[in-house]
Design a protein around this ligand. Structure first.
Ligand code: ADP
Ligand code: MG
Length: 236
């Protein structure tokens, strides 16, 4: 395996009035192609901040982000947008589905956005087939025309996973994807992510504070005091 996504010396502070509140203090993290890495850490330890910096949703104060060995965080805004949309898929704790749209339409959104209306209309059939296949894959073949309010939490997260895959990302970044689910649907969502990781060789970073969930990753790292440390099951 070889390095896919890496953070080197990433630092980030927030400001409360005149007080600097350091969150990340020189994070180093390397994730290999096809690896599923879990990041654990206390609430407020900076897990979401780090995930957002890795996926170019947020900028670090210092340090670098590399994809396949090339730095991606210092390119212009348009290049960063392109990396964010083409290379990364995001999954959030509260799904972030659009409530007015059906599951199918939610999955179509990321295909629609980069194309504009006319180009999208020309390819609509193909996109709809692609979106339907993804919904089948995540187990929502019979829920395509349901709106989020008509889906369970686990089903909403599955729809969000299908949406994240629609742009054919190479790295999936998941922030507490089971954090709002009961144990059983959480396990279902995790085993779906694990299967997708294996069958597609998809690189994944999974933020969680649930050790049961984290232990199913290839590797667990812990964010503490603003830095990453390798976590060993022997220490638990
Ligand atoms: P985690 O995901 O591990 O719970 P976060 O990355 O969300 O942690 O937050 C880390 C710290 O940074 C917390 O103390 C939080 O209050 C602070 N923080 C996060 N986002 C902001 C923001 N936009 N403005 C100010 N402080 C923030
Ligand atoms: Mg968080």
């Amino acid at each position: 395996m070889s390095e896919h996504l890496a953070a080197r010396g990433v630092s980030k502070s927030y400001w409360k009035g005149k007080n600097e509140v350091p969150v990340l203090r020189g994070v180093d993290l390397e994730v290999e192609h096809g690896e599923l890495v879990a990041i654990v850490g206390a609430s407020g330890s900076g897990k979401s901040t780090l995930l957002h910096i890795l996926g170019l949703l947020d900028a670090a104060d210092a340090g670098q982000v590399f994809l396949d060995g090339s730095r991606i965080d210092d390119s212009g805004e348009r290049a960063r947008d392109r990396f964010r949309n083409r290379s990364f898929g995001f999954i959030f704790q509260f799904y972030h589905l659009l409530p007015e749209l059906t599951a199918l339409e939610n999955v179509l959104m990321p295909l629609f956005i980069p194309h504009g209306v006319w180009s999208y209309l020309g390819r609509r059939r193909a996109y709809e087939r692609q979106a339907a296949e993804l919904l089948e894959r995540v187990g929502l073949g019979r829920r395509m025309t349901h709106r989020p309010a008509e889906l369970s939490g686990g089903e909403m997260q599955r729809a969000a996973i299908a949406r994240a895959l629609a742009g054919q990302p190479e790295v999936l970044l998941a922030d507490e994807p089971t954090g709002n689910l009961d144990a059983k649907s959480g396990e279902g969502v995790l085993s779906l992510l694990r299967d997708l990781n294996r069958e597609r060789g998809l690189t994944m970073i999974l933020v969680t504070h649930d050790m049961q969930i984290a232990q199913q990753a290839d590797r667990v790292v812990r964010l503490a005091e603003g830095r990453i440390e390798e976590w060993s099951a022997a220490l638990a």
